[in-house]
Structures are given as structure tokens and as C-alpha cells.
Design a protein around this ligand. Structure first.
Ligand code: GDP
Length: 424
């Protein structure tokens, strides 16, 4: 904007200010300009006067003059992400009948399993592990979430459960592979992210800790997905039994070297309430949960719970189970971190492994070409647009490689798979 333009705006604003001063003076004196002039109009004038005085360049403070505006960046990011919407993919695993579908419906207050076909005992014996996907778009206060639930019916149901986790690990790898392909493709704008961000693993309440199949499942998946172990149907146990089972599961997880999802460390400048919440959350894993899709009446209130001859178990009562803690963690406090860990740790490991494999293949092909008797044919000349896209791609790969090298040397509290990075 030119100086003269700025000067004229300043003078217009100054004149407006003077006019508003005059109006303000009139209404302070109780003057009535016309029949509709009342106290409300008077207030309006006062407000406008204040606003104009504040906007008037001559009254701008030094602080205002030095305001560039990048403080609005968080608002811009917020607006953009709300507009775009969010997505989250949750996997549930554990043998049939442990309350997986009931818990998911209780968590998101939707009926995700409307068309589920329940198998009889005979069908269940012959069933192999399947992967099913249910997607639902939910909206809360204008924020849209595309929630995908990946279920694993048939897992752990067979008499011989040898390698029954294989279809599940294959599924997770396929999603990584798809993402890797899309990301390396020419059109990266509309990539659909189907990577699994979290896996809720249901441990039966009837045993005395982890069964071999639980240990094997978690060990097969812990490098690929964020595992959150849960004690299912906690209403089948007394508080004492729950405590014992939790202690035992925690010990076994450590003893077998299983890496379940680690809650990030709290920043030292967080408030005390948040620190306390974080401490409680860490102490109560594995979460002991109860699910129910029915509403019952307890203490004069309608609550989600399970009605028994001896009383009511309330799903959302924190002295009955850890459902609320799990929901708060999963949805309110750690959903974004789960996505970040998936992207920065699990997917990065997969990607590093892929790049390493590709480099090995290229090297092998080059080595072979030296002795190869096959003549190398000239490639057709690409057109200008293809050439531009290839150049763009080359640049992206170069930047990606730099960031990969950087991430391997940068100290981080969440280390990458050291083995694969060393090789890369
Ligand atoms: P899934 O096969 O793992 O998906 O299990 P479902 O959600 O279909 O539940 C199987 C049965 O267990 C149903 O009759 C549910 O009502 C019941 N159920 C679900 N959650 C609980 C729970 O927390 N406690 C008890 N006691 N029963 C539950």
C-alpha cells in the first residue's frame, strides 16, 4: 500500500473518530436524535467509538505495530484440519465372545456391527481367521471423524492356533505397502490412509495371565502396530482378582519383551491435574473393561450397564471398570499420538526395510547387467509433462532420503528399529 493511500485512510479514521466522539458526547448528555434513539443505540456508539479508537493508526501501540500475524498459524491449522476431517483405524483382536463388538459400540456410541452374521459352534470350528472392515463417519461439534474398525473374527478360536496371527500381520503389512506405493506414486494428493493406528487386544478374564497364543500374537505384531492390552469382561472378576491379573499380565509383558504402546512422557510444564491423570493412566494398564449396549436405571439415572440379580455394573463408573479411562485415552488424549507413532515409528521401520530391499535388488540387477548378454534398448523419450513429474519425484525422494538419514542420527526417545536402520 502506498504512503498516500495509508495517509488518506488515517485521515478518514481520524474523522470518523471525531464524529463518534461527537455522537458519544451527545448521548452522554442524554440527547435524543430521533424517536428510536435509546439506551441500546447509545451503547452501540460507545462500542464503535472504542473499536475505532483502537483501530486508529495513531493510537496503535508499539506492540501492535510489531505484530506480524503468524500467531494465527495454530488457528489456520485448526480450521484446515477441521475442514479436512480426521480418520482413525482401530483393530480389535481376541477370541470370539470376549465382548469386542460390544465394547467398540459402547466406545463410539454407534452400531458398527449391524450386519454381523453370528456363526454356530460347528461353523466356528471350520472358520479361518478373517479380516473384516467397518467404516462409519461420525460427527461431533462440527468435527468429522472417519472411523474404521478392523475386526479379526476367527482369531484364537481354532483347536490348533498355530500362526493364526499371520493373516493379521499380513493385513497390516498390506496397508503399509499400499501407503508406500501411493506415497511414491505421481499423485500424492488424495492418498487414503488405511494404516492401522491401534490394536486393542482382548485378554480373557478366566485365565491366570497371558496364554501362549496371547504372547505369540503380541510378539508378532508389536513392531507393526500400537498394541493396547485389555482385560475383557472385567465384571466376571472381583476387584482383588482384577488387580492380581493386571499385575501378572504386566510382569509377563515385561518378561517376554513385548512392546505394547508406551504413553508419551508428560512435559514438565504440564499442570498438576494433567500429570495426575497421566500417572493414573499409566498405572491402570492393562485396562479392565466392561461393555454394554443396553441402558439400565441405576440410582434414579439411566446409565449404560449390565443388569444382574445382585445389582448393576455400570460401564462408565470408574470404580467398576477402566472403560472411561480407556475411552479418554483413546479418543480424547492420545488418538493423535497413536497416529504419530504409527507414522513415525512403525511405518518408518517398514519403509526403511523396503528401501533397503529395493537398493539391494537394484544393486543385484546392476551387477548382473555387467555380464548380461542382453542388449540394453534405448527408452522412449518422455514428454515434457512426464519429465516434469519425474523431476519432481526425484526431488521428493532426495528430500525423503535426507530426512531418513537425519532421523537415524537424531536422538529421539522413540528409537526406530535400530537393526533395520543400521542396515539401511
Ligand atoms: P465378540 O465376539 O468378541 O465381538 O463378542 P460380543 O461383543 O459379540 O459379545 C459376546 C457376548 O458377551 C454377548 O452376549 C455380550 O452381551 C457379552 N458381553 C459383552 N461384553 C461383556 C462384558 O463386559 N461383560 C460380560 N459379562 N458380558 C459381556
Amino acid at each position: 500500500m502506498s504512503c498516500s493511500g495509508k495517509g488518506s485512510i488515517e485521515s478518514i479514521l481520524t474523522q470518523c473518530c471525531s464524529f463518534m466522539c461527537f455522537l458519544f458526547f451527545l448521548c452522554q448528555c442524554g440527547c435524543q436524535l430521533d424517536a428510536s434513539w435509546n439506551g441500546q443505540n447509545c451503547e452501540c456508539v460507545v462500542v464503535m467509538f472504542t473499536v475505532l479508537c483502537n483501530k486508529c493508526p495513531s493510537s496503535l501501540s508499539l506492540q501492535d505495530k510489531q505484530y506480524v500475524g503468524f500467531a494465527t498459524l495454530p488457528n489456520q491449522v485448526h480450521r484446515k484440519s477441521v475442514k479436512k476431517g480426521f480418520d482413525f483405524t482401530l483393530m480389535v483382536a481376541g477370541e470370539s465372545g470376549l465382548g469386542k463388538s460390544t465394547l467398540v459400540n459402547s466406545l463410539f456410541l454407534t452400531d458398527l456391527y449391524k450386519d454381523r452374521k453370528l456363526l454356530n459352534a460347528e461353523e466356528r470350528i471350520n472358520q479361518t481367521v478373517e479380516i473384516t472392515k467397518h467404516t462409519v463417519d461420525i460427527e461431533e461439534k462440527g468435527v468429522k471423524l472417519k472411523l474404521t474398525i478392523v475386526d479379526t473374527p476367527g482369531f484364537g478360536d481354532a483347536v490348533n492356533n498355530n500362526e493364526c496371527w499371520k493373516p493379521i500381520t499380513d493385513y497390516i503389512d498390506q496397508q503399509f505397502e499400499q501407503y508406500f506405493r501411493d506415497e511414491s506414486g505421481l499423485n500424492r494428493k488424495n492418498i487414503l490412509d488405511n494404516r492401522v493406528h491401534c490394536c486393542l487386544y482382548f485378554i480373557p478374564p478366566f485365565g491366570h495371565g497371558l496364554r501362549p497364543v496371547d504372547v505369540e500374537f503380541m510378539k508378532a505384531l508389536h513392531e507393526k502396530v500400537n498394541i493396547i492390552p485389555l482385560v475383557a469382561k472385567a465384571d466376571c472378576l472381583t476387584p482383588n482378582e482384577i488387580k492380581k491379573l493386571k499385575d501378572r499380565v504386566r510382569d509377563e509383558i515385561e518378561r517376554f519383551g513385548i512392546k505394547v504402546y508406551q504413553f508419551p512422557e508428560c512435559d514438565s510444564d504440564e499442570d498438576e491435574e494433567f500429570k495426575q491423570m497421566d500417572k493414573e493412566l499409566k498405572e491402570c494398564t492393562p485396562f479392565a473393561v466392561i461393555g454394554s449396549n443396553t441402558v439400565v436405571e441405576a440410582r434414579g439415572q439411566r446409565v449404560r450397564g449390565r443388569l444382574y440379580p445382585w445389582g448393576i455394573v455400570e460401564v462408565e463408573n470408574q470404580s467398576h471398570c477402566d472403560f472411561v479411562k480407556l475411552r479418554n485415552m483413546l479418543i480424547r488424549s492420545h488418538m493423535h499420538d497413536l497416529k504419530d507413532v504409527t507414522c513415525d515409528v512403525h511405518y518408518e521401520n517398514y519403509r526403511a526395510h523396503c528401501i533397503q530391499e529395493m537398493t539391494r535388488c537394484v544393486k543385484l540387477a546392476q551387477d548382473n547387467r555387467i555380464d548380461s548378454p542382453i542388449p540394453i534398448l534405448p527408452l522412449p523419450t518422455p514428454d515434457a509433462e512426464t519429465e516434469r513429474l519425474i523431476k519432481m519425484k526425484d526431488e521428493e525422494v532426495r528430500i525423503d532420503n535426507y530426512s531418513l538419514i537425519y532421523s537415524s542420527v537424531a536422538p529421539s526417545y522413540r528409537c526406530f528399529d535400530s537393526e533395520s536402520l543400521k542396515k539401511a
